[in-house]
Design a protein around this ligand. Structure first.
Ligand code: CS2
Length: 492
């Protein structure tokens, strides 16, 4: 067995592996990141690693896991170094990333996290905590006041559990000590993620401390950002490959496609790293980019995941490799593009997306994307469908996608195999429903009762509900791919 990846073994790694060009001991913390999943490590941490390579040593990252110790346990014994495997089928490229200075597990050490948040050297707090991590109804932008973790945080502000609790207490301590607030940068796939997080934080803080809520509202910057890189979950094969190619063991490498994009509003009162030199795009309004990415990439992803989960296809490339699915997604993109701002080049974006989805080496699993899909549907698919329907624009493919999603939530795939994808919000709702004996119309009607997904206005959109119902009837009768083929025939 070879040595473990770490500061001491960096110089011994195999030729061809890119390593930090900076002295890691000279790096000081400037960013706290909440949610240290694979996406963060393959995206933001790489942009920051580029800045460190250019000599901006004051922007090291203190990463916080809000839940499990797994990432800390994997990375601390290797000095928080890990490998990025960039993969596109033409040979993997390996790079050791050194921008994480520490990984702290919040449930074990809440005070340590708060100390970092109050550290004057920390000027930015970034987040990738997924939709669920906002503990909010994202459609109405309201805090889930009944959520047990929110109730806990309101009663125990010094030992928070949620991101809202940590940010509020961190900003309070800074205000009380006369330290300028950090900038809060959401990097999650939410529309207007900065504005959304600001609204939630002001509500949350205002529950106990109106002055603090005013301080947050007036003094704290929340730039919105659009992040994009496809990062499948790491497998044991990836670990084995990292070990053989690196010449050292890495307990948790991350795998990503070559494409990487970060578009951001330039509002960082306390400063920021020179990320433009790493390819980051600064704009005054990120919304057109966010809409494009959420609706074209993530909307198609959720649809592809639902097709895969219903039809028993394991990866995005497996689904997108089916000509019928590709034709359908193209029709979907065409309809959704009519909701996008004219300043973005949706045609070019979709051309690139098609290439990215076909990446043969990435093996991005449909089960991974299908996780928590009930929290993803509103912003990714229902928002453009509502806009198209209300503007009386063609929306047949998007309505069909909703029917496919409903089919994928019924608990078994088309071969009768139980679906074990985790989606607690959906599972809680399904426990009270017996959907198995219902007709398509009754199933659609039952879903309209899932109010965290379908707001009350959906009941009034009777035309599109009929379209969803007849698509679901077809899917139930002939299977997902055949139903798509019937509804979206090849043009002769
Ligand atoms: C995916 C995203 O799992 C999912 O929901 O749609 O993680 C997607 O891969 C990224 O947003 C791509 O930038």
């Amino acid at each position: 067995m070879s040595a473990r990846l770490g500061d001491a073994t960096l110089s011994l790694l195999a030729p061809g592996v890119v390593t930090p060009a900076y002295r890691r001991s000279a790096v000081t913390p400037g960013i706290v990141h909440l949610g240290v999943g694979a996406f963060h490590r393959a995206h933001q941490a790489v942009f920051v690693d580029d800045c460190l390579n250019r000599g901006e040593h004051e922007w090291g990252i203190v990463a916080v896991s809000l839940r499990s110790p797994e990432t800390r346990d994997a990375l601390k014994p290797q000095d928080c170094l890990y490998t990025l495997i960039q993969r596109d089928g033409s040979g993997d490229r390996l790079r050791a990333i050194g921008s994480l200075l520490d990984v702290v597990v919040a449930p074990e050490s809440p005070e340590q996290v708060l100390r970092h948040l109050a550290d004057p050297r920390i000027r930015i707090v970034t987040l990738t905590i997924t939709e669920k991590g906002y503990t909010a109804n994202l459609a109405t932008r309201t805090v889930l006041w009944d959520h047990p973790d929110i109730q806990h945080d309101l009663e125990n502000p010094g030992r928070p559990r949620t991101a809202l609790g940590y940010l509020t207490e961190g900003l309070k301590r800074r205000r009380d000590r006369g330290i300028a607030p950090f900038t809060v940068l959401s990097c999650d796939n939410l529309p207007s993620n900065g504005r959304t997080l600001k609204a939630l934080l002001v509500q949350f803080a205002g529950n106990g401390d109106r002055l603090l809520a005013n301080h947050i509202e007036q003094q704290v910057a929340f730039p919105s950002s659009m992040v994009d890189r496809i990062v499948p979950a790491t497998t044991d094969d990836d670990r084995a490959e990292a070990a053989s190619r690196l010449g050292a063991e890495d307990a948790w490498p991350v795998v990503a496609e070559p494409f990487s994009q970060w578009v951001i509003e330039d509002h960082f009162p306390e400063g920021r790293p020179g990320l433009e030199a790493s390819g980051m795009e600064f704009v005054t309004d990120v919304e057109p980019y966010e809409h494009m990415k959420l609706r074209l990439l993530n909307g198609a992803h959720t649809t592809i995941a639902a097709i895969g989960q219903s039809a028993g296809l394991a990866t995005v490339a497996d689904v997108f490799g089916e000509p019928v699915a590709q034709r359908f997604i193209s029709a979907y993109w065409k309809e959704v593009s009519a909701t996008l701002d004219a300043t973005v080049d949706a045609v070019r974006y979709c051309e690139r997306l098609a290439q990215r989805f076909l990446n043969p080496a990435l093996r991005h699993r449909t089960a991974q994307i299908a996780m928590d899909s009930s929290q993803k549907l509103p912003q990714r698919i229902l928002a453009p469908l509502a806009e198209l329907t209300d503007a009386r624009k063609p929306a047949g493919a998007v309505a069909f996608a909703v029917a496919i999603w409903m089919r994928s939530c019924l608990g078994v795939n088309e071969s009768g195999v139980a679906n074990s994808v985790s989606d607690p919000a959906l599972a809680a709702w399904r426990r009270d429903q017996d959907l198995s004996a219902l007709s398509a119309a009754e199933i659609v009607d039952a879903f309209l009762g899932l109010s965290s997904v379908f707001d009350a206005r959906w009941r009034e959109r009777t035309g599109v509900l009929d379209e969803i119902t007849s698509a679901l009837e077809q899917i139930n009768r002939v299977g997902t791919l055949s139903a798509i083929a019937g509804a979206f025939p090849e043009k002769t």
